[in-house]
Design a protein around this ligand. Structure first.
Ligand SMILES: [Zn+2]
Length: 330
């Protein structure tokens, strides 16, 4: 079994550029040209390319690159009872998003993402692969609800099915479980944080694995003091894109969990150099807030919008910067 470095381990937030034929397979599965089982079988070569890229870069804790997911909400909605296929919603200009519709009681049917994770784990040379699931708050926020009529109720119903999926992951040996809640930062209010906190207890209480929540962008500092009550081990936040804007707030609120520290801008094709990434790690260390065993080095968010060669180059430099940090900052 691979030994994850004790200090400044490197990791991945989740998505990776789609490797052909993943996109084509997603379309064929949606049109029911291929079934679910064949789909997950046929997407394996794409996952293999992703894992090989991570291994080549030297990342410690991997993901399956979300090769099977066309987007983070529709993927799960299509695999739960209570949802029906979505309607197109215009986000801006000619950018459309397919919003799934809740039409009945949300129920768990069978594992939704475990098979891709299991395959990725089988070819990762013993390196751990994170189980990554879209959180109930983001699922609810990006759905049309025609059944529950109350956001909290829908979030709790979704939390219960996500709990079932987390149990399936842990049964198969997942040691890292990450819940993605990007929608929370769009409504940074205490009452919203309270709903997510309640949902996280449903998802995580009694689960033996590293419990992680990823939130990106938005005004996280407005809710940071409430977030610290979440029943989790680690937060994963974006830092690089906002020029480490959140850092002084972590100090102000006495941030005391492990931190997935985003040092790679996923919205820029500029490849950060090793020294630059190292300097950003050093800035966090110099606050004295967290020991090097509590700092996980990773990109701001998923890498799916970057060209693959840029994603690889960024990860390679990130890994080298973490190695340098282990030499100089421990
Ligand atoms: Zn994100």
């Amino acid at each position: 079994m691979y030994k994850v470095p004790r200090y400044f381990p490197t990791t991945i937030v989740g998505s990776y550029p789609k490797i052909p034929p993943a996109e084509d397979l997603i379309r064929r599965r949606k049109r029911e040209v291929i079934g679910e089982e064949d789909f997950h079988e046929l997407v394996k070569p794409s996952i293999k390319v992703v894992i090989d890229d991570y291994l080549q870069a030297g990342v410690d804790i991997l993901s399956d690159g979300e090769q099977a997911r066309e987007d983070m909400v529709a993927y799960f909605a299509e695999r739960l009872e209570g949802y029906r296929g979505g309607e197109w919603v215009r986000i801006f200009d000619n950018v459309y998003f397919r919003k799934p519709v809740v039409v009945g009681e949300i129920k768990y049917l069978k594992p939704m993402a475990v098979m891709d994770w299991a395959y990725a784990s089988s070819i990762s040379n013993g390196r751990p692969v994170k189980a990554i699931l879209t959180g109930p708050y983001t699922m609810a926020d990006w759905s049309f609800d025609l059944y529950y009529g109350d956001r909290r109720e829908l979030v709790i119903a979704l939390a219960k099915v996500i709990r079932r999926e987390v149990e399936e992951f842990v049964k198969k040996g997942a040691n890292y479980v990450q819940i993605d809640e990007p929608a929370l930062s769009t409504r940074p209010l205490k009452e919203e944080v309270d709903v997510v906190n309640e949902a996280l207890h449903i998802i995580f209480d009694g689960i033996h694995a590293k419990k992680i929540v990823h939130i990106c962008f938005g005004k996280i500092e407005r809710i940071l003091e409430y977030l610290l009550d979440f029943p989790i081990d680690q937060f994963d936040f974006e830092f690089k894109n906002s020029n480490l804007r959140l850092l002084p707030y972590l100090v102000e609120y006495g941030f005391n969990k492990e931190l997935g520290y985003g040092v790679i801008d996923v919205h820029s094709t500029r490849v950060e150099d090793v020294q630059e990434i190292y300097n950003d790690i050093e800035k966090l260390v110099k606050t004295g807030l967290l020991g090097p065993d509590k700092i996980y080095v990773d990109p701001d968010c998923g890498l799916k919008r970057l060209p693959r060669e840029i994603a690889v180059a960024k990860l390679q430099n990130m890994v080298k910067a973490a190695e340098l940090a282990r030499e100089k900052l421990v």
